[in-house]
Every structure is written in C-alpha cells, then in structure tokens.
Design a protein around this ligand. Structure first.
Ligand SMILES: NC(=O)c1ccc[n+]([C@@H]2O[C@H](COP(=O)([O-])OP(=O)(O)OC[C@H]3O[C@@H](n4cnc5c(N)ncnc54)[C@H](O)[C@@H]3O)[C@@H](O)[C@H]2O)c1
Length: 456
C-alpha cells in the first residue's frame, strides 16, 4: 500500500503539517446575554414575587441564583425540615421571608405570582397541580415527572389553568448550548446519525451518599408528609437525604443525570418528542448500600434521524460531563463548559485499499483516471478544513441564573419558554424508558397512541 502519492495517510500528513503551520484553534469567550428577566430597573408594580416549595440543596442553589436577577423577589418558602427554613433565608442573604412547613399556607398569598418546586420527584405532580390551580406560574425541577402518568397529569394541569411552566434543566438556557444549537442549525455538521453523552463521577457525594445533618430527626422533619402518597414507613434519615437511591421518590441515574443530557440533546437538535426505543444495560458494582438503582447505566436510544448513547458511571470521572455530535462533515463536542467544533470530510480521495487486489495495469489506469478527474489545487489556494473552533462561557457564568431569568421573563411577558411542560414531559419519558429497559432487561418502546412505555 501507499504506492499512490495521494493515499489517505499522505493526505492526512499534509493536512496535519499545514494545520500545524497556520491553523491554531480559535478560542472564543461567548458574550453573556443581558438577563432576560429585566434588562432595566423594574417599576415596583412590575416586580415578580415568588415562593418556593422545597429549600434543600437545589432549592437553596436556586434562591442564590436568583440574586443577580433584577425585578424578582422571593417572599415565602415551605419546607418539611425546619433547618431548611434557616438555610433558605441564608441563601437570600438574610432576607426575613415567611417560612412554613405547610406549603398550603403560602399557596394562596395574593402577592405571589409564581412558585419554584424543588422537592424530590415524587412530590412534583401534586405540587405543580396545586400551584397551577391556585393561578400561579411554576418552575418545576427536573426530572419533571416521576412516572409517565404523573407527566401527563402535569401537562394537563399547566395547560388547563393556562399557566407558564419551566422545567429545571438549566442547560437549555445556557449560552454554550445556544452556540451548539446555532452550529447544529447551520448544517455544518452535515447529517448526524450518532450522538453520545456521558456524565461520570467518582465521589461518594456524586453517588448521592450525602452526610446526615446531626439535627435531623422526627421532631425537626415532618416525615409523614414527606412520604406523601408513597408507602408509610418509620422515620429513615437515609431515605430523606439520599432519596435519589430509591424508586418511591426518585429515578436513579436516569432521572438525576440522563435528564440533563437528554434535555441538552433535545434542545440542540430541536427535538421535542420521546425516543422511539431504549435499550439499557449496567449494574450495581460499588455502592451496595441498599440502593435500588445501578451505579453504572448505559442506554441506547433510537430517534427517527439519529441514535443517542448515554452513560452514567459513578466509579470513574475521567470523562466527566461530555457530549459528542458526530456528523458527516463535522464533529461537535461539549466537554464540561467547553464547546469544540471540528470540520471533517467527506474527503475526495482515491481508493487506496481494495485496488491492491487488482492487477497493476488496472490499478495504474484507475489512479491515472482519478488524478485527471481531481486536479491538485495550487499550493497557495489550499484551504484548511481542519480548523477547530472552541467556545467557552465567561468566568463565573451561571446557566441556572439565565434559566430562572428566562422563566421570570415569561411570567412577566407571557411569552413562551423553551423548556416548557411538554419539553420536560418528553425528556422525562426518555428517563423512564431507560429505567424500564434496565429493570425489565428488554427494550422499551414509546407508544404514542396509548401514551405508554411498552416492553418489546
Ligand atoms: N437542576 C439541577 O441541576 C438540579 C440539581 C439538584 C437537584 N435537582 C432537583 O431538585 C429537586 C430537589 O432536589 P434536592 O437535591 O434539593 O433534594 P433535597 O432532599 O436536598 O431537598 C428537597 C426538600 O424538599 C422538601 N420537601 C419535600 N416534600 C415537601 C413538601 N410536600 N412540602 C414542602 N417541602 C417538601 C424536603 O423537606 C427537602 O428539604 C429534585 O427534583 C432534584 O432532581 C435539580
């Protein structure tokens, strides 16, 4: 092999050498958008006042993330664990808001326009329904639903009451993912048949083994209410704090992390439907602490135009958070908070493999013909197709703040948000399909006619 001067290997060498000479990757820091909630100071009459239900780890992060947004104000918080009333006020830099264990005490406050729901998944359905029935808009944490039936009921509650709803996968509002969407929409990737994404971690905290605070007990926590519609059981602080490990309250790796990956992929590719089919595998290898979900999960999803392969591994974090979009004319990667775009092929190259099974005479004639039909460009007119583009958000950028700002903007203007209840419902279905396929050990298909997941 390699007798032809234009073999693939030589072509790549030439390309790489030329790239090394003149084509350093361009790194661009993306411009943050003006916060959509309010680019200008807001008149007191235009102020959005909100309450929050669930001020645990995520609820407090959300409250902190609202601080840079002008024209919005948290006025009340409900949580079943007393210490989280203090944590909520601290997240609001000491603001003395009303706090209560009972969310129904703040639901009808006339001065509240919207609620954030940041409870474990098993409470999302009821809270979203009650918030909407009370005439308030709702920001519901991801995964929107705990089951397909919950999701259908939530879509219905939002639409029947004509409320604005945003689901909390904040990557959908990220300037980095908007850039990725711009590249996708430009068609520069060519036909994309393969998308892969991973979210790997390698710490106990990453695997949800959160420490139990010393003041957690039945006096400081309303345990019976926390269980909600799920089977009653004696107080169990492990379940309260590490609820993601148990099917009654969470959805394991799929509900916690796949949902972010699917939301990012759906947003970038303009997809707003469940996958057709899911095949899962994985296992529980390290965290054998009584949890009901695996610590390694792979799912292959079929969509009409492409396949998506997702992985979450709790036992190695070399890859971290990663997306790859592999197209006929380009590759787009998101690694943590860096976006890469690399053009590639299709390459006009002569065959350099199978013709070595031809007699020399025919092979020489083939190369002569190919060279005649593909004249070499003059060296000064070569363009480098290997230019890589790199994009990053500015230091300190928060997609969570942008996501909340988008929600509050839609509360004020009634303009629709991207990640509404249907979007959240569809990505949640993808998570439920992954778990269904893992636990049944059979492919799971989405049946749009009956709105159900079926083992096939
Ligand atoms: N968007 C993200 O990046 C992100 C990150 C973490 C968690 N989350 C989501 O946020 C939600 C909460 O997760 P977390 O880690 O904060 O959980 P958490 O256990 O730390 O906090 C949940 C809080 O909700 C409270 N609660 C439960 N039911 C309630 C009820 N009926 N009334 C009032 N309070 C109630 C609990 O007392 C608890 O303090 C989950 O849906 C999770 O998936 C999203």
């Amino acid at each position: 092999m390699g007798k032809n001067p234009l073999t693939r290997r030589n072509f790549i060498k030439i390309g790489a050498g030329a790239a090394a000479l003149g084509a350093a990757a361009k790194a661009t820091i993306l411009e943050p958008r003006t916060l959509w909630a309010s680019p200008r100071p807001v008149a007191p009459s235009d102020m959005i006042r909100f309450g929050i239900i669930g001020t645990g780890v995520e609820g407090c992060s959300l409250l902190s993330a609202t601080q840079p947004i002008s024209g919005v104000e948290c006025v009340a918080a409900a949580d079943l664990y007393d210490s989280r009333h203090i944590a909520a006020r601290e997240a609001l830099r000491g603001k003395q808001i009303e706090t209560t264990r009972d969310y129904r005490r703040i639901l009808d406050r006339k001065d509240i326009d919207a609620f954030i729901v940041a409870t474990p998944d098993h409470w999302h359905r009821q809270l979203v329904a009650e918030v909407c029935a009370a005439g308030k808009d709702v920001y519901c944490e991801k995964p929107m639903s705990h089951s397909v039936a919950d999701g259908l009921a939530m879509v219905d509650a939002v639409q029947k009451n004509q409320r604005m709803c945003t689901v909390g996968s904040q990557r959908v509002s990220s300037i980095l993912y908007h850039k990725a969407k711009e590249i996708w929409d430009s068609g520069r990737l060519g036909t994309v048949t393969t998308i892969e994404a991973a979210w790997d971690r390698n710490t106990d905290s990453g695997a949800w083994v959160y420490p139990i605070p010393p003041d957690a007990n039945e006096q400081t926590i309303d345990w019976k209410t926390w269980l909600g519609s799920k089977p009653q059981r004696p107080f169990d602080a492990v379940r309260f704090f590490r609820w993601r490990c148990y099917k009654d309250y969470g959805a394991g790796l799929a509900g916690d992390l796949f949902v972010h990956l699917l939301s990012g992929i759906h947003h970038i590719t303009g997809t707003n439907r469940p996958p057709d089919r899911a095949l899962s595998s994985g296992g529980l290898y390290h965290y054998k602490d009584g949890r009901e979900f695996p610590d390694l999960l792979w799912t292959i999803y079929d969509y009409p135009q492409f396949q998506v392969v997702l992985r979450c591994n709790h036992n190695n974090n070399d890859v971290g958070e990663f997306f790859g979009f592999y197209g006929k004319t380009g590759t787009m990667l998101i690694q943590g908070s860096t976006l890469h775009f690399r053009p590639q092929g299709p390459y006009a190259l002569p065959e350099d493999y199978s013709v070595f099974g031809w007699p020399k005479k025919l092979r020489d004639a083939y190369y002569a013909d190919w060279a005649e039909k593909h004249p070499k460009p003059e060296p000064t007119k070569w363009t480098l197709s290997s230019d890589e583009e790199i994009y990053r958000p500015p230091r300190g950028y928060s997609d969570m703040t942008d996501h909340l700002a988008n929600f509050f903007n839609s509360v004020r203007t009634r303009k629709p948000v991207v990640e509404n209840e249907l979007f959240g419902h569809n990505t949640s279905i993808g998570c439920h399909m992954s778990n269904e396929a893992y636990f049944s050990r059979k492919p799971a298909a989405w049946d749009a006619a009956t709105m159900q997941i079926k083992s096939v």
